[in-house]
Design a protein around this ligand. Structure first.
Ligand code: SF4
Length: 240
């Protein structure tokens, strides 16, 4: 059983190829730039059986089995690890590629390793340098960077994402610190810098929440280029 926020049948951005993307409900972080505050609360969402979600993937199999797959994101999917372990195991048994889009806030225990044993790709959102995590996300960064180490130790193919928010993340110092922590990890297949946008603000208004970053605008080309430079200099596979 899973608590599902929504399902996208034809995703093109969350992993290779065409993908079914399942967004799970619930997140323990409160990133100040989050554009999906409606995924935060657990319980919430729609209760769905794992067998129904496997059947849903089968329905899209002509489009997603050969070159795409199934991505589970959120919210934070590792909050529902029992479901994920079974779902990814069963999807892989039917020939689907599995991707996990996560903030990495999970303990290194048997259940996390069980999930990862059936995960073809992890898309890990690194929000900030460890010491800046509390001010950006409300939580410590220790677990997320421990999760990054676990992915490297297990040699799990990983894409890194970092949202660039002027005045909060993506500064030259943050980018240099992240690049230094990522350099030399052979499991990192891709690094993506995503520009902050304000499209989620309507949800904050609907939910009666205040804009957590009033006056913050999306980064301009120069800010993005400066953020990219340390990753390039470190030889990391920056995309695009
Ligand atoms: S981890 Fe993702 S869903 Fe959770 S608060 Fe941060 S941006 Fe939002």
């Amino acid at each position: 059983m899973a608590r599902v926020h929504s399902i996208e049948s034809c995703g093109l951005f969350d992993g290779p190829g065409v993908r079914m993307v399942v967004f799970l409900q619930g997140c323990q972080m409160r990133c100040r730039y989050c554009h999906n505050p409606d995924t935060w609360e657990l319980p919430g969402g729609t209760v769905m059986q794992e067998s129904d979600l496997v059947a849903r993937a089968r329905r899209f199999a002509p489009y997603i089995r050969r070159r795409g797959g199934v991505t589970v994101g959120g919210g934070e999917p590792l909050l529902q690890r029992h479901f994920l372990a079974r779902y990814f195991r069963d999807l892989q048994a039917e020939g689907f590629h599995t991707a996990l889009d996560t903030n990495g806030y999970a303990p290194d225990d048997a259940l996390t390793r069980q999930v990862l044993a059936s995960t073809n790709l992890v898309i890990l959102d690194l929000k900030a340098l460890p010491e800046d995590y509390p001010s950006v996300t409300g939580l410590s960064g220790v677990r997320t960077f421990g999760f990054l180490d676990l992915l490297t130790a297990l040699d799990i193919p990983t894409w890194i994402r970092h949202v660039v928010v002027p005045g909060l993340t993506g500064s030259a110092a943050t980018a240099a610190g992240l690049a230094q922590r990522l350099a030399g990890r052979r499991n990192i297949e891709r690094v993506e810098l995503l520009p902050y946008h304000r499209m989620g603000l309507a949800k904050y208004a609907q939910m009666g929440l205040q804009d957590p970053l009033p006056g913050t605008e999306p980064p301009d080309a120069a800010y993005l280029a400066a953020a990219a430079e340390p990753f390039r200099a470190a030889g990391l596979p920056l995309q695009p």
